[in-house]
Design a protein around this ligand. Structure first.
Ligand code: DIG
Ligand code: MN
Ligand code: MN
Length: 390
């Protein structure tokens, strides 16, 4: 029993995996497959065995790119039946606009208008598929939307093409009544030399320029922000604060490496803790999707260890976050550093009177400088909790 000691995943945790994650066969740019292929049905059975809640998919993960309508319908029927039999839901769908060679110059931003139109057609069909499976979140990851040389197009032209495509898909969503929320996923590079919309912040700046900004949010991925040397939590918190955290891809990553898609919490336990604490403190109600895969060294049992480990670590950190929030010394320090500022003129909203008061106010910098900021103690208490000595 992998989780017999109480860190049992349950549906209310909303843990999900993509078909491509636990189905990853271990091929990399320098090595062939190491694991046998798994059918979508076998993947669903594995996810049920490890007690996951949901499964996500790209269109091509389930339906071969040139399948006939009859073949497609048969595949979908069998997949839906397997999901129902195993109690697995489909919270998110997405589209592969990066694997087929036709997208070698990008998809929505490609120079060839025929490629751009095909990318829209393929995405619309993927939306049809996801809707049939009950998905209400549609992720768009522009893995090929980028360059090796900026000689190929002006980057502002790429932005315009991306906007045109997303506006079109929002209209399709409305026309078909699918009720999707689109979640845009950023990544700074790989597989392209440089990818447009490199970080979640880029997308947060892009979304307000759309025709239906309310329909579009973000799907931050931990490894992708960390590849850019960024603090993942800060991007997630800004997205949340803007009401745009529509989905999240959890995994882990060592600094300065390619996208490793490591098991959640396996590389940066403390930053993973702050992320889990944030999601729990704000009562994030969306899926917790582990967009990760097992080490290339693993066999099928190792893949189950990988999936179990992602969920187990989340639950352990969830418990540590509750312990942190309840810790008396931590609460006292948070109270001390919160500052009360009630003798300072209000700056919450501008008024001429208030501005006059602020301008007239005298600040005693010596007194202010004497206030302690015991962050070393606060962080050590965090380490003590994470290492189990408190
Ligand atoms: C990679 O991080 C991307 C693709 O796997 C997929 O399009 C998206 C969905 O989570 N993440
Ligand atoms: Mn990734
Ligand atoms: Mn991802």
């Amino acid at each position: 029993m992998r989780n017999g000691d109480g860190y049992q995943p349950n549906p209310e945790h909303k843990f999900s995996f993509g078909l491509w994650t636990v189905g990853n066969r271990g091929r990399d740019p320098f090595g062939d497959f190491v694991r046998p292929p798994m059918t979508a049905i076998e993947i669903i059975q594995l996810l049920a065995e490890v007690r996951a809640w949901g499964v996500n998919l790209h269109d091509d993960d389930l339906v071969p790119i040139d399948a006939t309508a009859t073949e497609r319908d048969a595949i979908v029927k069998e997949f839906k039946k397997a999901c129902e039999q195993n109690g697995i839901v489909v919270p998110m769908a997405t589209v592969s606009l990066f694997f087929h060679p036709i997208f070698r110059d990008g998809a929505f931003t490609a120079n060839d208008p025929e490629v751009r139109a095909y990318a829209l057609q393929k995405t619309m069909r993927a939306m049809d598929l996801g809707a049939e499976l009950g998905a209400k979140i549609f992720v768009l990851w522009g893995g090929r939307e980028g360059v090796e040389t900026d000689a190929c197009r002006r980057p502002d032209e790429a932005v315009k093409r991306l906007r045109e495509a997303v506006n079109y898909l929002c209209e399709y969503n409305l026309d078909r009544g699918y009720g999707y929320r689109f979640a845009m996923e950023a990544k700074p590079n790989e597989p392209r030399g440089d990818i447009y919309m490199a970080t979640t912040g880029h997308y947060l700046g892009f979304i307000p320029t759309l025709d239906h900004p309310e329909m579009v949010g973000v799907n931050p991925e931990m490894a992708h922000e960390q590849m850019a040397g960024l603090n993942f939590l800060h991007g997630v918190a800004q997205a949340w604060e803007a009401g745009k955290l529509f989905h999240i891809d959890l995994n882990d990553q060592m600094p300065g490496r390619f996208d490793q898609d490591l098991r959640f919490g396996s590389a940066n336990l403390k930053s993973s803790f702050w992320l889990v604490k944030f999601l729990e403190d704000v009562a994030y109600d969306g899926p917790r999707h582990f967009d990760a895969h097992a080490y290339r060294t693993e066999d099928c049992e190792g893949v189950k260890d990988f999936a179990t480990g992602c969920m187990r670590t989340y639950l352990i950190l969830q418990e540590k976050a509750a312990q942190w929030n309840e810790d008396r010394e931590i609460r006292a320090i948070l109270e001390e550093i919160s500052g009360n500022g009630n003798h300072v003129p209000s700056t919450a909203a501008f008024s001429r009177t208030g501005a006059q008061q602020l301008l007239a106010h005298s600040f005693n910098k010596e007194v202010i400088l004497r206030k302690r900021l015991p962050y070393e103690r606060l962080d050590q208490l965090t380490v003590d909790i994470l290492t189990g000595v408190r």
